[in-house]
Structure formats: structure tokens, C-alpha cells
Design a protein around this ligand. Structure first.
Ligand code: NI
Length: 375
């Protein structure tokens, strides 16, 4: 595929975004391009997505590459000539870029299979935005012999030609929770005849921030956000129940568990202090993404050798299910500078097409060199 064809492929995906686990057209397009080059294709455990395998001509190591494929429920406002033609759906996180990038890498690896030792397995993963696809794809038997795993993610903070490579934690564990505080309804003029859940909910929202500010090491990042608070429906009735939703973001597994337990305890004890009962339900997200230090160093050397600029990416408290693959083997989540000036998930997010071909070439070269490395 020429650079122009790869760009056209990206624009086509951008025009036709598909939501999580509905990436049917995207999967068909990727399959068509891979099959056209004679690349081996396997299922990834879901109706959409796939795993492509390029086998080298000599024995070597097994390297995994991963692209995600899904779009977001966002109405595009970029004004691009290839803007989304699906109302309310947009590739606002650059997963069209990742898919095109890893397709380009797969095709290059196939074209260079005589040079390749070992095997490269390229995962085109559905359902990243809802943290559903990673755990299914990463449990596929066919991936369990991977020795290193790499992913690409678009990054508006760097221009095209710059990669963000950083050892250690780079993305947070995004856990979500729902709290229900039950009291007893009453006439608002006679609150003593009921049990009001609203003061309990308000007290919990205020006091829970002390878990962040008072109970953990100041050098360990954590975010506790309450994002949904709801109780009652009118002015003269004490409601039965208050509902609170929110998210806890951590980079450290021990801290994650500790903060969950502290929020559980604070929820229970605060509710009881106000005569209410509380239930907290956790939706446990993927683990934090923790990049391997020595693989980051080697990836950075390869990038510099190709004339790319390497910068230290910032951590983010966003989540990523790429951590599922890092349960198989070490790896690195690499940021690809795509410029544009608007953050991921913004209706005006754009990815600089000039970043695409160099990124595809970098991941092909990275996989090739790491598959042929001694270790
Ligand atoms: Ni994303």
C-alpha cells in the first residue's frame, strides 16, 4: 500500500465511524486489505475485530501489535472534507488512525517477511471505549506466546513526527462506582418522621475527598470524581433514596485497592451516621498501563534511528484496556504525535495525516527488530 493509499484508507474509516463492538464495516475493510496481501487472519473472540499474523522466514521471537477500532458517540465538528457521515458518531479518539497505522505496519511486515525472524501478531481490537474488547482479545489462545506487546495512540500534544515514549505508568486504572443511600421518605415539613438521605449524600461527597488529600502519599497520583448526584423530584417531599456515581483513577494497584476500601467504609459509616443505609457497587476497569523501561529505551532508539523525535509523554488519568495485553508479556503504549490542537474525545479532534505513514513504518520496524532481537 502506498502512502497515498494508506491515507485514503484512513479517510475512509474516518468517514464511516462505528461504535464499540459494532465495527463491522471497519473489520471488513481491514480484512479485505490484509487478505489482498495474503496475510493470515484469525478471529479475536468477538464478532468484530481480528488478529493478523505475519510469519517470518527464520525462527525468532513473537511480537504483538495492537490497534483499537471503535469510534465515539460524538457529533463531529471538524469541517474536514472527510468528516463523519454518520450523525452523532465520530472517530474522536483517533482509533481510525491506529487501525490504519497497524494495517500499514502489517502490510510492510508482509512485504519484508524474508527479513523477518519469528512472528508478528497484529490485533485489530474492537470495543476499547467501553473497556470490553481488550480482555476478550487478550485472552485468545493464539496471543499467549507473545513476548512483547506494543500499541499506538494518537496524541494531539505532539506534532507529526514525534513519538511519546515513557517507562512506567502511563494510563490509570479507571474504576467506576454507583452508591445508593436509602433513607425513609416523608413530608418535607415533617422530616423527623422520615430519614433524609440528602444530608448523608452531601456529607459523603464532601468528606470523601479527604481520602485523596489525607490518606495517601502525595507523590502517588489518584483522582476521585463524583459525576452524578441525584435525589428526589420536587421541593416538598423528603426522598427515599439518593444516588451517587463517580470514578476512581489510580496508577498503583495497592493504592487502588486501599482507596476502594476507604470509600466503601466512608460510604457505609457516613450513611449510618445519618440513619441511612448505603450500598456501593463497583465496576472495576482495566489495570493501569505500565510500560516496560528497557523496551521503552529500545523503542526510542529505533524511533530516533528512523529520524523521529522522541519526547517524554505525560501521564494521563484516562484508562486504556491495553493493560490486558500486558498481563501476557511486557510492552509499551506509545503515543504518536498527531497535532491538531484539540484533545482526544473533542468534537474538533483531528489527526495529522502526515503522521500516519511514518508511524506505520516505525511500528513495522519496531516489530521486525524486536522479533529478530536476541531477547
Ligand atoms: Ni483512544
Amino acid at each position: 500500500m502506498t502512502e497515498r493509499e494508506l491515507t485514503a484508507f484512513f479517510e475512509d474509516l474516518h468517514r464511516h465511524p462505528e461504535l464499540a463492538l459494532k465495527e463491522e464495516r471497519t473489520t471488513a475493510k481491514v480484512k479485505e486489505a490484509l487478505a489482498g496481501a495474503g496475510i493470515e487472519i484469525h478471529a479475536c473472540g468477538m464478532e468484530t475485530g481480528l488478529i493478523a499474523i505475519v510469519r517470518g522466514s527464520r525462527p525468532g521471537r513473537v511480537i504483538g501489535l495492537r490497534a483499537d477500532m471503535d469510534a465515539l458517540p460524538v457529533q463531529e465538528e471538524t469541517g474536514l472534507p472527510y468528516a463523519s457521515c454518520v450523525a452523532g458518531v465520530m472517530h474522536a479518539c483517533g482509533h481510525d488512525f491506529h487501525t490504519s497505522c497497524m494495517l500499514g505496519a502489517a502490510l510492510e511486515l508482509k512485504a519484508r517477511e524474508k527479513e523477518l525472524c519469528g512472528t508478528v501478531k497484529i490485533v485489530f481490537q474492537p470495543g476499547e471505549e467501553i473497556s470490553a474488547g481488550g480482555q476478550i482479545a487478550a485472552r485468545q489462545k493464539i496471543l499467549q506466546d507473545c513476548q512483547e506487546f506494543y500499541a499506538a495512540h494518537s496524541y494531539p500534544g505532539f506534532p507529526a513526527g514525534t513519538l511519546g515514549i515513557k517507562p512506567g505508568p502511563v494510563m490509570a486504572a479507571p474504576d467506576a462506582f454507583t452508591i445508593r443511600i436509602r433513607g425513609k421518605g416523608a413530608h418535607a415539613g415533617n422530616p423527623h418522621l422520615g430519614v433524609d438521605p440528602i444530608p448523608a449524600a452531601a456529607a459523603l461527597v464532601m468528606s470523601a475527598q479527604s481520602i485523596v488529600s489525607r490518606t495517601k502519599d502525595a507523590f502517588e497520583p489518584a483522582v476521585l470524581s463524583f459525576t452524578h448526584l441525584q435525589a428526589g423530584s420536587t421541593w416538598n417531599v423528603v426522598p427515599e433514596e439518593a444516588l451517587i456515581e463517580g470514578t476512581l483513577r489510580t496508577l498503583n494497584m495497592n493504592l487502588r485497592k486501599d482507596m476502594q476500601q476507604r470509600l466503601n467504609a466512608m460510604t457505609d459509616l457516613t450513611a449510618r451516621a445519618y440513619g441511612c443505609e448505603a450500598q456501593i457497587e463497583w465496576m472495576i476497569g482495566p489495570d493501569p498501563v505500565i510500560n516496560d523501561a528497557s523496551l521503552c529505551d529500545q523503542a526510542a532508539e529505533i524511533a530516533k534511528g528512523l529520524g523521529l523525535t522522541v519526547a517524554r509523554q505525560d501521564n494521563t488519568m484516562g484508562g486504556e484496556d491495553f493493560s490486558e495485553y500486558l498481563k501476557i508479556c511486557p510492552g509499551a503504549f506509545i503515543r504518536v504525535g498527531t497535532g491538531g490542537g484539540f484533545p482526544n474525545h473533542h468534537p474538533q479532534f483531528t489527526a495529522d495525516e502526515g503522521a500516519l505513514a511514518p508511524a506505520a513504518h516505525f511500528f513495522a520496524e519496531l516489530a521486525l527488530q524486536r522479533a529478530c532481537a536476541d531477547r
